[in-house]
Each structure stands twice: as structure tokens, then as C-alpha cells.
Design a protein around this ligand. Structure first.
Ligand SMILES: [Zn+2]
Length: 213
């Protein structure tokens, strides 16, 4: 399988994927397009670009790559001043998981499947900071009488989640969604800028109303 992604700037994307250990396999250019095939451990990523560039929305998750030594990759990213967000140790990445943005702003997750002997043990309560925040938010909603809303997230085939919603998420554009904790976790991981919408605190409306009075 070759994974293909369109990028704005092949040179910038190449530098990013080289930090993840990818190396050039082949490359080519035409009048209005260019492509670069990269490989790592038998996996291929094809970067393609067109002139004028295609108008492609940012994807909430572009790639998930596994590494045997995540710390080494994180070190290389840090040395190149790429911002790395630690996501904790989810079940599929007991050796750790981090989030980075590719040069086009897409989310790329990096994980290490198993803990290595040199890694210190993970505290039971670590679980990943945002997940415990979600549980706290869900407990607050529950304490205020809970909700009768169902989780508004569907699976990729359009089938509704079916669980009761537990927390409300929002983004800076003002979109909101009620979700179960598991789906809320997925949104927080994959949607840049999504946050937990607090039901408890007085909001901007309250602030503005005080100004007017
Ligand atoms: Zn759900």
C-alpha cells in the first residue's frame, strides 16, 4: 500500500517526513505537478503537489505511524523545533503517543506499541491528562442532573454511537457537540482547537452583560 497525500510544498513536507525517518525512494516533476515517494521500513508515503495547489481542507488525522523508539523520533523533532504534544499511553501505544502537525497543519500521531525496558513505569492515574479532564467534566455534568441527550457522534458508516452523551465540546468557531467520553476523547485528539465546553462557569455572555448594566 502507498499512502498518498497532497501537500502545498513538497520541500517543506519532505523535511518533516525525513524527521520521522522516511527517505526518498523516487521523485518526479511535470508542468503542473510534482511528486516524491518516501519509504521507511517497507512503508510508502507519496507526497504530491499541483500548481495551482488543490484546495484541500486540513484533516483531523492524516497519518498514524508506529516507531520502535518513539523517544528518538521526539528528540529529532524537538531538535528541528517541531512542536510535540504528549498524548499519554493509550492502549494501542503503551510505549507512548505524541501528536505533531505536518507542514500543512494536518495531525500526525506517532506511537510506540509496547513499553521498552528502559522506560520508567507509568503511574496508574496518568492515563493521559485530557482523558481525566474529560472524566471530571462528565462528573460535573452528572452532578448537575446529567443529560438525556444521546452522543451525537456517528461512526464512519453513519451509525449513531448509541451511548448517552456525557460532555459537551466546542471549538473557537462556535460549533458544539454532545458526546460520550470515548468520542469526546477522540475529538480532542484529532481536532485541533476543540475544547471541553464547561457547563458550570459563567461565560462571556455574563461578562458582557455586566458591562452593559
Ligand atoms: Zn459516542
Amino acid at each position: 500500500m502507498v499512502a498518498v497525500t497532497y501537500v502545498r510544498d513538497i520541500g517543506a513536507s519532505r523535511a518533516f517526513y525525513e524527521l520521522l525517518g522516511f527517505r526518498e525512494h523516487s521523485t518526479g516533476t511535470a508542468d503542473t505537478s510534482a511528486w516524491l515517494a518516501l519509504h521507511r521500513d517497507g512503508h510508502y508515503v507519496l507526497l504530491a503537489s499541483t500548481r495551482p495547489p488543490l484546495d484541500i481542507p486540513r484533516l483531523p488525522l492524516l497519518f498514524y505511524f508506529f516507531f520502535d523508539d518513539l523517544d528518538a523520533v521526539v528528540g529529532a523533532l524537538g531538535a528541528a523545533h517541531v512542536e510535540v504534544t504528549h498524548m499519554g499511553h493509550p492502549p494501542q501505544a503503551l510505549g507512548g503517543e505524541v501528536k505533531v502537525l505536518d507542514p500543512d497543519g494536518n495531525t500526525v500521531l506517532l506511537g510506540q506499541r509496547e513499553r521498552s525496558a528502559s522506560q520508567p513505569p507509568v503511574a496508574d492515574d496518568e492515563a493521559s491528562a485530557h482523558f481525566s479532564l474529560l472524566k471530571e467534566a462528565a462528573a460535573l455534568v452528572e452532578a448537575r442532573g446529567g443529560t438525556t441527550v444521546m452522543c451525537q457522534i456517528s461512526d464512519i458508516h453513519g451509525a449513531p454511537c448509541g451511548k448517552r452523551a456525557e460532555v459537551k465540546l466546542a471549538d473557537a468557531a462556535g460549533d458544539t457537540v454532545w458526546a460520550c467520553v470515548a468520542h469526546a476523547d477522540e475529538i480532542l485528539v484529532t481536532v485541533p482547537g476543540a475544547f471541553i465546553a464547561s457547563q458550570e462557569e459563567r461565560g462571556i455572555g455574563w461578562f458582557l452583560s455586566r458591562r452593559r448594566s
